[in-house]
Design a protein around this ligand. Structure first.
Ligand SMILES: Cc1cc2nc3c(=O)[nH]c(=O)nc-3n(C[C@H](O)[C@H](O)[C@H](O)COP(=O)(O)OP(=O)(O)OC[C@H]3O[C@@H](n4cnc5c(N)ncnc54)[C@H](O)[C@@H]3O)c2cc1C
Length: 382
């Protein structure tokens, strides 16, 4: 009997792959192993769930049991994979059981980065990277009036905007001069900060948190300049690190993520990776659109026709309703940002030396230019 396809993980990468693959192969046995509850949900909704009045329970779009039925899969929820043997083609589960695989797909996601903070409140700092985190986070919101958010990137800014729906005043602390500094040129970041500030968010850009101290039922976040910012809760959103430990221990090549070729194959035969854990042809792109492209290509490969992933240019929508923002960042550091202020918004174009468009950022009413600019961008991976 042939061993099944085993997917480790039950996030958007795993479930999109399973769906795409089932369109091509309705029969081969499929096993999905996940250390969480394996319920299907859309992770991007975690950072705008307050405005839409969603709870952890109502964010679940389909239970693991329903997914198992639809995908004709065996889903082992609350089950951790602790080891991979790429020679014997097996994975070992935490309880000691060993599963054989025909092909193994790692869709392990990424862990939130934790800052090395001092102080007796440092361990209380929350992060929200899955449904369980969101449940713990939302339980703590009752009665909260002020929250410090560490990190003014995409996730920090989205949570800041969302907290306003619960009348919680966020203070965003980021060492960079403007928010979203890895995605937006400074002028665009400044406009985003201005609009979010008007809506009620406080920014402390150019500052870093050093300590979190308990004060009564709340906290003081102590900055490197000695300033203390009081808060009822502290949320960390300083970035994500691909989960590579399992692959590394199995002898697979890892760099920033699990190293895979454009075919999504890892450094051992019959092992593949996609989603936030993967570094595909040198790129780790922890966003939904790349995952959809990866899932479609890998499904065809698993069904028997080796198919490399291709990426069109893929814009990221920043879910900050106080300042709608779309960004297609340039993939390399080359190019120069040219800024055009328009009534009610801003257009930033990243232009190469030969005049071609490498990336763009659109804010406010300018977001309507998205399709026109997208059509001018080169593919990210052709
Ligand atoms: C708050 C937030 C907002 C976001 N907003 C956007 C957005 O607006 N647009 C966008 O494009 N992207 C957004 N993203 C990013 C996007 O959500 C992710 O790229 C995507 O959900 C990652 O899916 P994944 O399947 O790779 O990982 P995950 O969803 O993290 O899934 C990983 C799975 O692996 C399992 N797992 C891990 N280790 C093991 C193990 N050893 N054994 C068994 N199971 C294991 C986990 O339990 C989990 O089921 C956002 C992310 C966050 C956190």
């Amino acid at each position: 009997m042939t061993a099944p396809i085993v997917i480790v993980g039950a996030g958007l990468a795993a479930y999109n792959l399973a769906r795409e693959w089932r369109k091509l192969d309705a029969e081969t046995e499929l096993v999905i192993v996940a250390r969480d509850a394996a319920d299907f949900y859309s992770k991007p909704m975690l950072s705008n769930a307050l405005a839409s009045k969603k709870t952890a329970a109502t964010l679940v779009m389909k239970s693991a049991a329903k997914m198992a039925e639809e995908l004709k899969a065996t889903i082992l929820a609350n089950t951790e994979v602790v080891a991979i043997n790429t020679v014997a083609r097996t994975v070992t589960l935490a309880a000691g059981e060993v599963l054989a695989y025909r092909d193994l797909v790692l869709a392990l996601g990424a862990d939130p980065v934790r800052l090395p903070l001092l102080g007796d409140g440092a361990d209380d700092v929350l992060s929200v990277n899955d449904l369980g985190d969101y449940a713990r986070f939302s339980e703590r919101l009752d009665g909260a009036k002020r929250m410090v958010i560490l990190g003014g990137g995409l996730i920090g800014c989205e949570f800041a905007n969302d907290l306003l729906a619960r009348e919680i005043l966020p203070t965003v602390i980021d060492p960079a001069a403007t928010p979203l500094s890895r995605l937006l040129p400074p002028q665009a970041g400044a406009l985003l900060a201005e609009k979010l500030t008007e809506a009620g968010v406080e920014f402390r850009c150019g500052d870093s948190a050093q300590r979190v101290e308990r004060v009564g039922a709340g906290y003081d976040v102590v900055l490197d300049n000695g300033v203390r910012v009081a808060a009822d809760l502290v949320l960390s959103a300083v970035g994500l690190r691909p989960r590579t430990a399992l692959a590394d221990a199995a002898g697979l090549a890892v760099a920033r993520g699990i190293v895979v070729a454009a075919s999504l194959q890892a450094s051992a035969p019959h092992v593949y990776a996609l989603g936030d854990c993967a570094e595909v042809a040198g790129l780790n792109l922890p966003f939904v659109m790349p995952i959809m492209q990866q899932a479609r290509a890998l499904a065809v490969t698993l069904a028997g026709t080796a198919t490399p992933v291709r990426y069109p240019a893929m814009p990221v929508l920043v879910k900050t309703p106080s300042c709608p923002t779309v960004v297609a960042p340039p993939l390399t550091g080359e190019g120069e940002w040219c800024i055009e202020a328009v009534e009610g918004g801003l257009i930033a174009r990243c232009i190469a030396a030969d005049g071609s468009l490498l990336g763009f950022a659109l804010l406010g009413v300018a977001t309507k230019e998205r399709q026109a600019l997208l059509a001018q961008l080169p593919a990210w991976l052709a």
